[in-house]
Design a protein around this ligand. Sequence first.
Ligand code: C2O
Ligand code: CU
Ligand code: CU
Length: 550
Amino acid sequence: MSTITNNARRRFMVQSGLGLLALSGMPSFLQAMEGMTAMPRIAPRKANPNFKADVEFDLYCKPSKVAILTGAQTQVLQYSAVLKKGPKETLANIPGSYLGPIIRLQKGQKVRIVLHNDLSEATVAHWHGLHVPAEMDGHPRYAIDPGATLVYEFEVLNRAGMNIYHPHPHEATASQVYQGLAGALFIHDDEEAKLELPAGEYEIPLVIQDRLFDEQNQLIYVRNMHDRMAGFYGDHILVNGRPDLKIDVASRAYRLRILNGSNARIYKLAWDDGTPITVLGVDGGLLEQPEVKAYVMLAPGERLDVWADFSGRSVGSQLVMRSLAFTGVLPKMAQRMGNMMHANQLPVGSDYPIFTVRVTQSVSDSPKLPAQLSSFARYHINNVANPEKPVPIAISESPMAMLLNGRAYADNDVQDFERIKVNTLQLLEIFHAHGGMGMDHKVGGMGMGHKGGGMGMGMMGGMMSMAHPIHLHGQQFQIISRSISSDKTDDYETVRHGFIENGLKDTVLVMPGETVRIIKPFQDFKGLFMYHCHNLEHEDMGMMRDFLVE
Ligand code: C2O
Ligand code: CU
Ligand code: CU
């Protein structure tokens, strides 16, 4: 075992306050720790002179200070960018925010991005949602050292949609994102442009995050094992880096582009006056038709495109986007423990405001909501390469280990069922593996139980079961089915109507007891594409794996 591994292990042990007792008593903890190995590094990629970029910019990540709360400024990490070539609308800063600039690209553009690491630790940037070659995807193997640069070159193949860029270094994604490294990345295309949806000042990006501050206004991060197990929750909701965000609008239709950029917090979005949410799109862009929902669940990594029509509202009126109460995200015991340990925290699933819209101007003219938004091919089980044998994504939690398919993340650890033939459409099944040993053979010889009650770990699994936003790199997928085991329905009722099944997704919230079937294309590019929990603490604990597309 390398020095780095030992250091990582020691650091983890110290932070988590665990002693030998935990180590000897928890084999799965050891198993998880085995994942904590050094990543091999691939020499930073240089520019290819034959790649003719339409758009080119430098992307810097560095420490910075911003005013978030009143009083002292907060130390953060921040992306900034300088455009070298291309339309000037490509980059837009969010004034006063620690968030990186908003990046806007057009489908078909060839893009060169030069990442400069001005941090004191390794980093790499990942374009969450984009369909790019494996070596452009920001896999942790491509992380660069402080002072180094990394060149990305790719063509924009995605349809219009809101995506995210954020760091993806081995075991440090969560802390770097938490300290501020994240930004919104929009793709636009002709199909979207034809709709003439609200744009310019009428299209508002909203990145929702939560943070915890100390008395000096500095960010507090993971304090103990509980913070890691449950995921880290702050007690301030920030939108675009601002607490208590107020948006001034005219009495007309707007397009709100919402991204959950929180490390762990799941929101149940709803307007406070009962106005339903009109959904235009999700992670992978526009739906075929708008959908009207009483509320929408939004888990870390997920995006939501909302039509918000303030027509007819009087000047001076307000509308608040809230997160409504729901249950079942955390095991009851963990929830109680969290509330006890951190009395001031805003528990996940409580009811609280997120941002306020104030109507400050009356106008008579407003665009109309299009009845048809887009069209895309619907994937069907008859078209997948593996209709009888879904690729498994088995979620398992134990007090010390967050695993997928029974394994913690490790480099060069691709299992047979994680090898995927390029240019195929695959059926995948995401489920909770809480059963006993050997109850199911689909994860070949690893003793993964599927929906089994089981003994031992089964009980533990039941107690521990929590919600996980599962994210797959590469092309977006379609949700084929969701099913819930009958013992979880009370909690499930509080979220059931908040899922949008009809769009293209790259992140799906899987509730306790839930099994989700998806169909995903693996086209064009061979290589390693990750799948992981987008609860970023879980991801860094090892709840992440690679698919090898070959
Ligand atoms: Cu948004 Cu692999 O991540
Ligand atoms: Cu991603
Ligand atoms: Cu998780």
